[in-house]
Design a protein around this ligand. Structure first.
Ligand SMILES: Nc1nc2c(c(=O)[nH]1)N[C@H]1C(S)=C(S)[C@@H](COP(=O)(O)O)O[C@H]1N2
Ligand SMILES: [Mo]
Length: 509
């Protein structure tokens, strides 16, 4: 085969594959977004990702890891599509390659918890459309069937390019339509009227934010609240169809609707949410006022038996999280939250109902899109992250973070400089003090911002007037509510949360 011919074959293979992917995505818009071929493969890849790779992805890509993953999947599939075009022109074997790819996608979609019975349909349609598209591949002049067409090479080339263009265009159009279909705006609850809390809290104080530029605000705006989950497609849940099932080692398993939940006593609570993947000084942490029912009220109605030591929660998209029964029943005030910052949860943060368990990292206590609570034991059932190298149980570690000045900032000598940040301990009765030091100097006590309770972070602020120019290191450390000073022991996020003191560098000029 000559090289221009091979190029045309690759081009048509690519176009046929795009068209197939688009058609599959369109069908998935009706069947369920998670069954779209590339999304299903991406989601399966996330579940199969080893801990070290997941760590690398979150530390280098942050929350962009999912778009990067999907683009990666698409690039690989399209390259294989081009190869399918070349194989097709050689010996008609390209169709097998596309069929194989679609088979992998169908398997991935069928094994997704949110896939449903028609999960394999989008991949099947993708295969069919892709294989039909391969008919436009110009045949190799060296095989008898293609010799005749090769004689019209000039017009065949033009026809080929037009066909490839049409296929790609049709695929892109279908993909667009599929995306629109798959995201019904009406299904979310931003118009929902929230029930009043049984004991409203006083308004949150303003905090030190206004007087200290660059300092984290006391309450994280919802739009800035970090997002960590394995969902490639954010579940869109229709509240009228939503049910929470409570079963397992309980006396009376039952199901509750969203309306029934809203009629239970509603609690307001100020709680900081932490991700176990947050490195020292990192920003996978947010604080807000939550509204919800007490988790223990919901569990009490079922009557959890003494034999259970964990509640295994499951989300709409199949995530499983283990939380100690004790943490959900003691006085810390674990919630099944329906609102944050005065508004219903956004789809990103778990609409319609999510768990919030003070003192525990999100991966062991903050299940979003909650649908199921099962009383069981750690010996019997393991949750998603526990089978992937993370600790079965993990309490939030005491930390302090320096927000101002920024790491690497250049500051003038001789003028007073604010050093400020936030500190949190959660499981250890909040923060009773924060100290800072420059280089190896003495520890200086910082002023603390308002105390919003043990489960909420605390702002702090100190001042320093640099004299000597050059590089300086600023370090902070917190003292928790029990009087214990934050550990200097350095630990990576895996397996149960980072520890060590946060330091930044500044250059005094
Ligand atoms: N369904 C579901 N819930 C989940 C997760 C997830 O991947 N899926 N991630 C957990 C983790 S690791 C954290 S840190 C918090 C983050 O909640 P946020 O995205 O609202 O900040 O959600 C938790 N709940
Ligand atoms: Mo997390």
């Amino acid at each position: 085969m000559t090289s221009p011919q091979r190029r045309y074959a690759a081009l048509v293979g690519l176009a046929a594959t795009s068209c197939g992917l688009g058609a599959g995505h369109l069908v998935a818009g009706v069947v369920g977004p998670s069954t779209s071929p590339a999304i299903a493969v991406g989601s399966a890849a996330i579940d199969l990702t080893p801990l070290w790779l997941k760590d690398w992805a979150t530390s280098t890509l942050g929350t962009a890891d999912k778009p990067v993953l999907i683009v990666g999947v698409l690039v690989v599939v399209l390259c294989l599509g081009a190869l399918a075009g070349i194989l097709q022109s050689r010996n008609r074997s390209g169709a097998w390659l596309l069929a194989g790819l679609a088979g992998i996608a169908a398997l991935a979609a069928a094994t997704r918890p949110s896939g449903g019975q028609l999960a394999v349909l989008p991949s099947s349609v993708a295969a069919l459309v892709g294989i039909v598209g391969l008919r436009f591949v110009p045949t190799d002049g060296s095989n008898p069937a293609g010799r005749e067409r090769a004689a019209y090479a000039g017009s065949a080339d033009r026809r080929t390019v037009v066909a490839a263009g049409l296929l790609t265009g049709a695929g892109a159009g279908a993909a667009y339509l599929g995306t629109r279909l798959g995201a019904p705006i009406g299904a979310t609850g931003q118009s929902l009227t929230l029930p009043a809390p049984s004991a409203p809290l006083p308004a949150l104080p303003a905090g030190l934010g206004a007087s200290t530029p660059g300092l984290t605000p006391l309450r994280t705006p919802v739009a800035d609240f970090y997002r960590i989950d394995t969902a490639v497609i954010i579940p869109r849940i229709d509240v009228s169809a939503w049910r929470l099932r409570i079963d397992g080692d309980v006396d009376h398993p039952y199901e509750v609707t969203f309306d029934e939940l809203l009629r239970m006593p509603m609690i307001e609570a100020d709680i900081t949410l932490n991700c176990v993947s947050n490195p020292v000084g990192g920003d996978y942490i947010g604080s807000t006022r939550w509204l919800g029912v007490r988790t223990r009220d919901v569990l009490a109605r079922a009557g959890v038996r003494d034999t259970a030591d964990q509640i295994l929660s499951t989300s709409h998209d199949g995530m499983t999280i283990s939380t100690p029964v004790a943490a959900l029943q003691d006085d810390r005030g674990a919630l099944l939250a329906i609102a944050m910052d005065g508004k219903p949860l956004t789809p990103t943060h778990g609409f319609p109902v999510r768990m919030i368990t003070p003192g525990l990292y999100g991966y062991v206590g903050a299940t979003k899109w909650l649908t199921h609570l099962t009383a069981t034991t750690y010996a019997k059932d393991q949750a998603y992250w526990s089978t992937r190298g993370w600790a079965e149980q993990a309490e939030v570690k005491t930390q302090s973070r320096i927000d101002v000045p920024r790491d690497g900032a250049s500051v003038p000598a001789g003028s007073e400089l604010a050093i400020a940040g936030v500190a949190w301990s959660q499981a250890r009765q909040g923060i009773s003090g924060v100290e800072v030091r420059v280089d190896d100097g003495a520890w200086i006590a910082a002023d603390l911002g308002p105390d919003v309770g043990g489960h909420y972070w605390r702002q702090w602020r100190a001042t320093w007037t640099p004299s000597a120019s050059g590089q300086h290191v600023i370090t902070a450390r917190a003292t928790d509510g029990t009087g214990a000073i934050q550990t200097t022991t350095i630990a990576e996020p895996a397996p149960d949360g980072a520890s060590g003191l946060h330091s930044i560098r500044v250059r005094v000029r």
